[in-house]
Design a protein around this ligand. Structure first.
Ligand SMILES: Nc1ncnc2c1ncn2[C@@H]1O[C@H](COP(=O)(O)OP(=O)(O)OP(=O)(O)O)[C@@H](O)[C@H]1O
Length: 274
């Protein structure tokens, strides 16, 4: 992994952000960002801002770079040995690729929920208490409070409050995914990244997670990758349409779906390709 460019705090003007509300706090600023897997360039000159306390959806056809992009936001992408990057990603105005930047700090503030629910082979309680324990919280009373608050935050408490000692694998797929969200909430992140969090779920569980995402944005900033355009239209405030590693269009979700600026966006959202 190498990062060629130093962070430059340049004001972002240009097409990508013109419909921002001046009051929006910017949580991530993506600046001239490029990424390669070996020789293959997967992300090209990305340049856009992500606002706090909103839901930002990343859409686009298979292989366009959605997962790669979301995994750069917590620097998970670096786990792939062939990765090279250039440009900057500022999180709260600090370049996360600066050699002095502490990746542990980023991972504490940025939680992630994956496509398939991936609870630990532990009890429901231990799944949620795990992160706080790693952060040094030992008192049972405090952990109990965190577990309850997190499960309530993930709208799972009523369903599992009498099953806290049972193995998490005994929960349904939808419940397991909400447990993974609760596990994420327990470390009190600022941002939650979601990589196709409902693609393995049935329609009712999907609806529950979608409602949950809507509630969570009051407290958290959410970036969600989805294959499902209806889902992006239902739950996100802003949408970025990726194609071949580039951001073709990024705007208010209503605008992107009702009146896209770029012909390629129109073709994609009307199902002409993808
Ligand atoms: N570990 C890797 N090594 C090499 N190439 C990779 C790796 N991961 C992804 N790629 C390539 O990078 C490009 C973007 O992949 P990515 O998984 O980010 O796309 P995506 O939009 O999330 O796709 P999908 O919707 O199918 O999940 C693709 O061409 C993919 O083959």
């Amino acid at each position: 992994m190498s990062v060629v460019q130093e962070a430059k705090r340049v004001p972002i003007i240009g097409m990508m952000n013109t419909d921002f509300n001046p009051a929006d706090k910017i949580i991530y600023s993506i600046q001239n960002f490029n990424l390669w897997y070996g020789e293959k360039q997967a992300l090209k000159e990305l340049q856009f801002d992500i606002p706090a306390n909103q839901v930002t959806a990343i859409i686009g056809p298979s292989g366009c770079g959605k997962s790669t992009f979301i995994k750069t936001l917590n620097r998970m992408v670096e786990l792939v040995p062939s990765v090279n990057m250039a440009g900057s990603i500022l999180y709260n105005e600090q370049n996360i690729f600066d050699p002095k930047y502490k990746v542990e700090e980023l991972r504490t503030n940025v939680g992630m929920v994956f496509q398939k629910p991936n609870p630990f082979p532990k009890s429901v309680y231990e799944n949620v208490a795990y992160g706080p324990k790693i952060h040094g919280i030992k008192k049972k009373k405090v952990l109990d409070e965190i577990v309850e608050k997190s499960l309530k935050g993930a709208t799972l408490w009523e369903e599992v409050k009498d099953r806290l000692t049972e193995n998490a694998f005994g929960l349904s797929g939808g419940q397991q995914q909400r447990l993974c969200i609760a596990r994420c909430l327990a470390i009190e992140p600022e941002v939650i990244l979601m990589d196709e969090p409902t693609s393995a779920l049935d329609p009712i569980s999907t609806l529950k997670v979608e409602e949950l995402v809507q509630n969570l944005k009051k407290e958290f900033s959410i970036v969600i990758v989805t294959h499902n355009m209806q889902q992006a239209a239902r739950i996100s405030d802003r949408t970025a349409f990726f194609l071949n590693g580039e951001v073709v269009e990024y705007s208010n979700t209503d605008k992107l779906f009702s009146n896209p600026t770029d012909k390629r966006t129109e073709d994609y959202i009307t199902g002409r390709f993808g």
